[in-house]
Design a protein around this ligand. Structure first.
Ligand code: KG4
Ligand code: ZN
Length: 368
């Protein structure tokens, strides 16, 4: 079964054709990210206008060698997301469904992130079972075993789902305030990494190791040098729930920055690096701890990661190091962030077609 997926919930314009929820036959992704840089965040009006412009070229490029007759259904993200952006995708999908006489399948953007793990690729990583031994497999070689826990960490969401099977999702917890990606983005800006967000913070954090003297431990550095004597909280890590809270991390970091203002002219470079490192440690510690706890609690066999923050190397590395009991799957980085292939995959496994007249953009669509 070939499904054409459309994704326009935020600043991306994506179209993909996926066979049987697994094989990406064709996909095109365009972003308006560069247009928003000077504003310090995505401007909804600019994003939607650009999506109107980009939709036909992206669609044409994706269909290049695939005939519309061979497509079995159209899938589209209906929410959550920006209303103007969602409308572009939804109206395009409805038009195609009507003109081509195909069924239309509405998809929840957050659920779609989970199904990145079902997309087949010879580079798909399984980062568990043997510690530090990254095995490259396809889903044919090693199918995902259920029950599973899915951790979806994006710019707007931090959610845990229990999956009894590939077709059954149950939401078990999520953030009570900022999302993990939002926290990465805000802290990146706070420490002076202006527009790069999470990926920039992650890149800065990797320099921390470079600055460590060869024989120094992290603890020794913290104890011995006041400028590095900063420990951010790990919010709600041991509270027993499957919820998260990340807004306090930003406040704690602001407090630390005030305390260390006088050192900044001298130590700016190293302090920025250290803060990036410590913030990344704090966020990833909480995400890994809670996800493993959920997996133990629900007697899961697998853990699936998804969403932009799942591209974070430190997060992936920590799951790899901490665990040996669960099959842990992390999609390729390019499939963690927003794209249309996951929309088509999600439609195949999870959702049913509905009449096109009932398909509406829902910016506040619930994830439960
Ligand atoms: O899933 P996504 O592409 O869009 C949303 O649905 O929100 O996620 C975007 C988020 C941003 O907050 C971005 O900073 C974060 O994912 N992100 C990362 C990394 N790559 C993307 N955060 C930390 N480390 C990364 N490598
Ligand atoms: Zn997303």
């Amino acid at each position: 079964m070939k499904i054409l997926g459309i994704e326009t919930s935020f600043d991306e314009t994506g179209v993909a054709i996926v066979e049987n929820g697994e094989t990406i036959l064709s996909q095109t992704l365009a972003s308006s990210a560069s247009l928003h840089k000077k504003y310090g965040g995505v401007v909804p009006e600019i994003a939607a206008r650009k999506q109107v412009e980009l939709m036909i070229p992206v669609l044409t490029e994706t269909l290049n060698e695939i005939s519309p007759q061979s497509i079995d259904a159209i899938a589209v993200t209906i929410g959550p997301g920006l209303i103007g952006s969602l409308l572009v995708g939804v109206e395009t999908a409805k038009t195609l469904a009507m003109v081509w006489n195909k069924p239309i399948i509405p998809v929840n953007h957050i659920h779609a992130h989970i199904y990145a793990n079902f997309l087949m690729s010879d580079k798909k990583e399984v980062i568990s079972e043997k510690k530090k031994d990254k095995k490259l497999i396809t889903s044919h070689v090693s199918p995902i075993t259920f029950p599973a826990i899915a951790l979806i960490v994006s710019g707007g969401h931090t959610e845990l789902f229990y999956m009894e099977t590939e077709k059954q999702l149950k939401w078990i917890g999520g953030t009570v305030d900022d999302a993990a990606g939002e926290c990465f983005d805000k802290i990146a800006r706070l420490i002076g990494l202006e527009s790069g967000g999470g990926p920039a913070l992650a890149a800065e954090a990797t320099k921390f190791k470079i600055h460590l003297p060869a024989n120094a431990t992290h603890q020794a550095l913290q104890a011995g040098d006041s400028k590095f004597n900063i420990q951010l909280p790990r919010p709600m890590m041991h509270d027993g729930s499957f919820n998260f809270s990340f807004s306090g991390l930003k406040t704690a970091l602001m407090r630390e920055l005030k305390t260390h203002t006088e050192e900044l002219p001298t130590f700016n470079f190293q302090l920025t690096t250290y803060l990036a490192h410590e913030a990344q440690e704090a966020i990833t510690d909480v995400l890994v701890h809670k996800t493993l706890k959920a997996a133990q609690n629900y007697e899961a066999k697998s853990i699936l990661l998804g969403g932009g923050v799942a591209a974070n190397e430190k997060l992936r590395e920590k799951f790899q190091i901490h665990d040996s009991k669960f099959q842990i799957l992390a999609p390729l980085a390019a499939l963690c962030t927003d794209n249309a292939a996951v929309v088509a995959a999600c439609a195949y496994f999870l959702n049913e077609p509905i009449p096109w007249s009932e398909v509406t953009a829902q910016p506040n669509l619930s994830i439960e």
